[in-house]
Design a protein around this ligand. Structure first.
Ligand SMILES: Cc1cc2nc3c(=O)[nH]c(=O)nc-3n(C[C@H](O)[C@H](O)[C@H](O)COP(=O)(O)OP(=O)(O)OC[C@H]3O[C@@H](n4cnc5c(N)ncnc54)[C@H](O)[C@@H]3O)c2cc1C
Length: 701
C-alpha cells in the first residue's frame, strides 16, 4: 500500500504499478487526502484509492510505502509500523528523538523500516563507489551543488529537503561529520562539513537561480573527480588530462530501491548499503545540524591581521557585524602595508598580466572613494623598457598600455634621472602614490568611528579550531596570557603568514612564493619623480609622501631570500645581512642621480605571492573560501583592499540578513532543531498544492 500520491508519491505509484503488472507485488491501493484526488488517481492508475489509511487493509499488507510531506512522516510511520513494514521517503522524521523512537519501534516489532535515500541506488553513485574505492586515502575536499531553480521552491527547509549528498558521502566514505556549519543566503544553504581525517565537504543546497544543478566534485592531491548527475557523466581530471565516463543504466534508482524493499519483505538478508532506520537517523541528524545558527547577537567576525586588507574588512563589516581585529604588533599597518613602494598602481607595472590590470581597474573607484585625500598626484612617473634582458619588448609594452587604456606620452626624463642609452622606450605617465602617513590616519579614523570594531593590538593569534556546531575558536596571546575566543566568521588577512591559518584549521594551503625583501629609504635633493625599469631584474625609485624621501627597490638585489616552502609557511629564524650597498650600486647604473642619495634606512619585509606565476608576474588579490564561514585574503595591491573587503562584506551580509528558510529552526545545545511548530502532526497525507517541480526522468529529486 502506498500512502501519499504527491509530487514524489506519483513516481512510487508508477513504479509500484509496474511491479504489480509484472506480478512482483500485489498493489492493494493508495491513500490520498481529498475525494477529488481520490477520483483522479483512481482513474489515472486504475488502483483502489482511499482518503484515510484503511486499518483493516493495513493489518493485511506486508509493506507500506510512505511518501507524504516530511512533517507527517513520524505519525504515519508510527501508525503503520504497528501492523506492517515501512519504506518512508526521506527524512525519516523531523527531529532525532522521533527518528530514534521509530528506529526502536521497528526493532521491537521486528519490522523492516527503510528510508528512501534513493541516491544510494543511483548508477552514478554505484560507479563512484567503484572508482573511489581504488583511490589511496580520502579526498581532502568535496564540493557539491544540489540546487533547484528558485521558481520551483517547495518552501521546505533546504538542508532537510535536499539532504541527498549528506547521504551519498555517508554511503561512499562511511564517515560521520565532526563539525557542521551552515550559512543561509536567500533560499540556499551553504553547508560545510568536517569529517574525520580532515575531509571537508562544502555543499550548496536549496533553491537559487534558473538552473537545476546536481554536481559533486572530489578533490584529491593529484586529481579531481567531477560528477554531473544531470548529464550522468564523471570526469576524472589528472595531470591536465580529462577522462570522461558516461554512466548509463536502464533501471531507474527508484525501481532498484523498491525492488530491494520487496526482497526485504520476502525475508531476504539486507545488503550492506541498505538505508535502514539507523542510516535514516544518522542522515537526519546531519541535516538538522546543517541549519544556520540563530543567534541573539550580531554575527561575530574575527579578522586576523591589521594591515590594509584586514582594516578595510573591519570597516566594511562593522555595519552589521561585531568585529574584532587582532594585530600582533602594537600598531596597525606596520608590515607589508608599511614596507612597500606606495604606488597607487594603474597597471603599468604588470605588462604581462592583463588579469592584474583588470583587477586594479575594477578596484580603483572603491579605494579612491575612501582614500582620495591620501593619494599624491601631479608628478611624473616614468616607465622605461630595458634595451637588454626585458621580458617585454618596447612595442609590446606600448601596445599593452594602449590596449588597457593606460594614458602616457613617449617622453624621457632628464638623463641624470634615467640613462636613456639603456632603455628602448620611455613612457611618461601620471601614476600617483599614497602618502602612507595620511593613509594610515584615514584608516585609523574610519576604524575608531565604528563602535562595532574592537581593535586588539599586541594580540597574536596562535591557533584555532572548528567547534562541532561550526563556530570557530581562536587562541589569542596577549600580554603573556592566552585566551580562547569564539566567532561565527573568520577572515585571515595575515599576508606573509597566509598559510598559518589554514594550517591550524586543516584547510588546504595555498602554494605561495615568499621573498624576504630589503627596501631602502633614501633622501635625494630632487622633486617628486617616480622611475621604473621594465621588465625584469631591474630597479624602481618611487617618491614617498615626504618631500625628498624615496623608496628604492631593486628587483634582483633587494631579494635577500626567495622560497616556495613545501609547507607554505614562512621559515622561522632567518638570518640575513643588508645588501643596501649593492642595491644602490646596481640601481645607479640606471638612475645616475643616485650618486647624490643618502641612505636613511633599510626596511625588511616578507612579500607573499602566488607561486608559479613567474611567467606573467600576476598579482591579483584573491579570496579563498574555506567553507565554515572562514576566508583568507591574499592581497596583491593596496588599492584592491576596499573592493575585496566589499566583496566579502556582501557575501557575509547575504548569509546573515536573509531568513534562512521557511522552516523555523531553534537551537538546542548549540545545534539547530526544528521548532515545536514542526512537530504538529498533520493527519494525512498529500503535500499541499505547490509549484510543480520538473522531475528528473529517473525520478530522483
Ligand atoms: C617590496 C614590496 C613593494 C610593494 N609595493 C607596492 C606598491 O607600490 N603598491 C601596492 O599597491 N602594493 C605594493 N606591494 C604589495 C602590498 O604591500 C601588499 O599587497 C599589501 O600591503 C598587503 O596588505 P595586507 O594587509 O594583506 O598585509 P600586511 O600589511 O602585511 O598586514 C598583515 C598583518 O597581519 C598581522 N599578522 C600576521 N600574523 C598574525 C597573527 N597570527 N596574529 C595577529 N596578527 C597577525 C601582521 O602583523 C600584519 O600587520 C608591495 C609589497 C612589497 C613586499
Amino acid at each position: 500500500m502506498l500512502v501519499g500520491v504527491g509530487r514524489f508519491g506519483r513516481h512510487h505509484l508508477r513504479v509500484l504499478k509496474m511491479l504489480a503488472d509484472q506480478g512482483q507485488i500485489i498493489l492493494e491501493g493508495a491513500v490520498v487526502k481529498t475525494p477529488e484526488k481520490q477520483a483522479r488517481i483512481a482513474n489515472e492508475f486504475q488502483v483502489p484509492v482511499f482518503t484515510e489509511i484503511p486499518i483493516a487493509l493495513l493489518q493485511k499488507v506486508d509493506g507500506v510505502v510512505v511518501a507524504t510531506p516530511m512533517d507527517t512522516h513520524f505519525s504515519i510511520v508510527n501508525t503503520c509500523l504497528e501492523y506492517a513494514n515501512v519504506l518512508v521517503e526521506k527524512p525519516l522524521a523531523m527531529n532525532t528523538a522521533d527518528a530514534k523512537l521509530l528506529e526502536s519501534k521497528a526493532r521491537q516489532r521486528n519490522r523492516v523500516l527503510m528510508v528512501a535515500h534513493t541516491y544510494r541506488f543511483h548508477p552514478m553513485v554505484e560507479k563512484l563507489q567503484s572508482l573511489l574505492g581504488t583511490e589511496d586515502g580520502l579526498p581532502y575536499r568535496i564540493e557539491g551543488q544540489f540546487v533547484n531553480p528558485a521558481n520551483t521552491d517547495s518552501n521546505e527547509n533546504p538542508s532537510l529537503d535536499h539532504l541527498h549528498f549528506f547521504d551519498v558521502i555517508d554511503f561512499l566514505f562511511k564517515k560521520t561529520p565532526l563539525s557542521v556549519h551552515c550559512n543561509a543566503s536567500g533560499r540556499a544553504h551553504t553547508v560545510s562539513l568536517r569529517y574525520p581525517e580532515n575531509m571537508d565537504a562544502i555543499l550548496k543546497l536549496g533553491w537559487n537561480g534558473d538552473a537545476k544543478k546536481r554536481t559533486l566534485e572530489f578533490f584529491y592531491r593529484d586529481k579531481s573527480i567531477r560528477c554531473d548527475f544531470i548529464q550522468n557523466t564523471i570526469d576524472v581530471i589528472c595531470g591536465g588530462e580529462n577522462r570522461r565516463i558516461e554512466v548509463n543504466s536502464t533501471v531507474e534508482p527508484l525501481e532498484k530501491e523498491l525492488r530491494l524493499y520487496i526482497q526485504l519483505l520476502q525475508g531476504n538478508a539486507a545488503p550492506e548499503h541498505y538505508p535502514d532506520a539507523v542510516v535514516g537517523s544518522r542522515i537526519l541528524d546531519v541535516a538538522l545540524k546543517a541549519q544556520p545558527l540563530q543567534t541573539e547577537h550580531k554575527p561575530r567576525v574575527a579578522i586576523i591581521g591589521g594591515g590594509i586588507f584586514g582594516a578595510n574588512c573591519a570597516i566594511k563589516l562593522a555595519a552589521f557585524c561585531d568585529v574584532t581585529m587582532f594585530e600582533r604588533n602594537n600598531d596597525i599597518l606596520g608590515e607589508a602595508s608599511f614596507v612597500n613602494q606606495y604606488r597607487h598602481h594603474w597597471g603599468y607595472h604588470y605588462p604581462r598580466s592583463a588579469e592584474t590590470v583588470r583587477d586594479i581597474q575594477r578596484a580603483m573607484e572603491s579605494f579612491e572613494s575612501l582614500y582620495q585625500s591620501a593619494i599624491v598626484r601631479n608628478f611624473p612617473t616614468y616607465y622605461g623598457v630595458a634595451k637588454d634582458g626585458s621580458k617585454v619588448s618596447a612595442e609590446d609594452y606600448v601596445r599593452f598600455c594602449r590596449e588597457h587604456n593606460l594614458p602616457f606620452t613617449l617622453e624621457y626624463p632628464d638623463p641624470r634621472y634615467l640613462d636613456p642609452n639603456q632603455v628602448s622606450v620611455c613612457l611618461k605617465t601620471m601614476e600617483p602614490i599614497y602618502d602612507y602617513t595620511r593613509l594610515k590616519s584615514l584608516v585609523h579614523s574610519y576604524l575608531t568611528q565604528e563602535k562595532n570594531i574592537h581593535i586588539e593590538l599586541g594580540s597574536n593569534v596562535i591557533g584555532g579550531q572548528l567547534l562541532a556546531d561550526g563556530r570557530k575558536e581562536l587562541l589569542v596571546q596577549s600580554n603573556g596570557n592566552s585566551s580562547a575566543r569564539t566567532f561565527d566568521f573568520i577572515i585571515n588577512a595575515t599576508y606573509a603568514n597566509h598559510n598559518t591559518f589554514p594550517d591550524w584549521f586543516g584547510f588546504p594551503k595555498k602554494e605561495v612564493r615568499i621573498d624576504l625583501v630589503e627596501a631602502l629609504i633614501v633622501r635625494l635633493p630632487i622633486p617628486h619623480i617616480s622611475l621604473a625599469v621594465m621588465d625584469g631584474p631591474f630597479t624602481n625609485l618611487v617618491p614617498t609622501g615626504e618631500n625628498g624621501v624615496f623608496t628604492l627597490v631593486h628587483i634582483k638585489e633587494s631579494i635577500l631570500k626567495r622560497f616556495v616552502p613545501s609547507d607554505g609557511l614562512v621559515p622561522p629564524g632567518l638570518q640575513v645581512s643588508s645588501n643596501a650597498k649593492k642595491i644602490v650600486e646596481k640601481s645607479k647604473e640606471w638612475f645616475p642621480i643616485l650618486e647624490q642619495a643618502e641612505l636613511l634606512e633599510s626596511r625588511y619585509v616578507f612579500r607573499c605571492v602566488n607561486a608559479n606565476r613567474e611567467h606573467d608576474d600576476a598579482r591579483p588579490s584573491d579570496i579563498t573560501r574555506h567553507g565554515f564561514g572562514c576566508f583568507s585574503i591574499l592581497g596583491g595591491k593596496i588599492l584592491n583592499s576596499v573592493r575585496v573587503a566589499q566583496e566579502l562584506a556582501e557575501e557575509i551580509r547575504g548569509y546573515t540578513s536573509t531568513p534562512s528558510a521557511a522552516t523555523p529552526v531553534a537551537l538546542v545545545n548549540g545545534f539547530a532543531q526544528p521548532s515545536a511548530d514542526l512537530n504538529v502532526r498533520r493527519s494525512l497525507m498529500d503535500p499541499p498544492d505547490r509549484p510543480q517541480i520538473v522531475e528528473d526522468p529517473q525520478a530522483i529529486r
